[in-house]
Design a protein around this ligand. Sequence first.
Ligand code: AMP
Length: 334
Amino acid sequence: MERRTTAGARAAVSRGLATYRRVDYNRHPRRTLAQTRRGGIPISARTLTEAGDGRLTIAIPAKGRLREPSSHLLEVAGLAPEQPGERALAFPCRNAPVDVLLVRAADIPEYVQDGVVDCGITGADLVRERGARVRQLLQLDFGGCTLQAAVPQENEATAVEDLAGMRVATVFPRLTAELLAERDVEVELVDVTGSVEVAPRLGLADAIVDLVSSGNTMRTNGLRSLGVLFSSEAVLISREDPDEDAEQLGRVFKSVVDARAARYLMMNAPAEALPAISNIVPGRRSPTVIPLSEDGMNAVHVLVPAAEVWQLLPKLEEAGASSILLVPVERMLG
Ligand code: AMP
């Protein structure tokens, strides 16, 4: 954990160490924190994957928005992660040779790149911001948000291009610089560490670039969006040359992600309604039709996109379907 010294703590730092302007977590005056790490993780830190016991290590966020959905994904994928104690930072899975490491979401791209862990779950925005050389194995369909540029309501800007020449506060300086450069928009970036939304009010910046999901925080702070620069969601990442186990984990997760987006629809229908029903249900496969003991009646089973269910059901009823059942799908392979 990196901490700037408070005024009191700085006074306690001995003369020789004062130039570092940081003290350790316990404010011990003679032990400075290490400088922020640049580049690869030292070999001595690479203990987990080098244990050579054939276990796969996956880093997931220790807290924040991505924590719960990440551990839920491990659970639903059948890995049976053990319940970590309150302070545990690593724990094994019962059903698979996988060890889970809890770390800061922002550190995961580098941990994966440097081989400290085999793979990780984090935000696509953080992967880009850290400039990590990793492979994205899968989009996980949670943690969705967008990186947006915004200005105070009273500002005259109406488009991202209008940011040119402005001071723009963000906690994503690298990603923002890249995205604005792609649009040939030159700005002065103000690198802040949190509470970006208040930067214009404090006079630190004219505009901000920040993550948005509902837009409420921006509105509450009197800001107006100029548009989306980047869409993000949680992703599974591995080293650029993933080993087979990491790719296998990617396939298992994919079966869960795909299944979450689908529903299994079961209904009864008379023979004459079957052509209309086949036309209504979308999907790659034709419905399964099973004759029932009642003459002329059939059971029809079909996999449909979850997002389309609400508009499908009334159409199916109208076409003659009855006893319609909708069930969730746990896994989808092939
Ligand atoms: P957190 O640890 O809660 O600060 O969030 C870390 C990651 O969650 C971000 O880097 C994003 O990938 C994702 N995320 C999803 N929605 C939002 C949001 N509204 N604001 C910030 N981060 C979000």
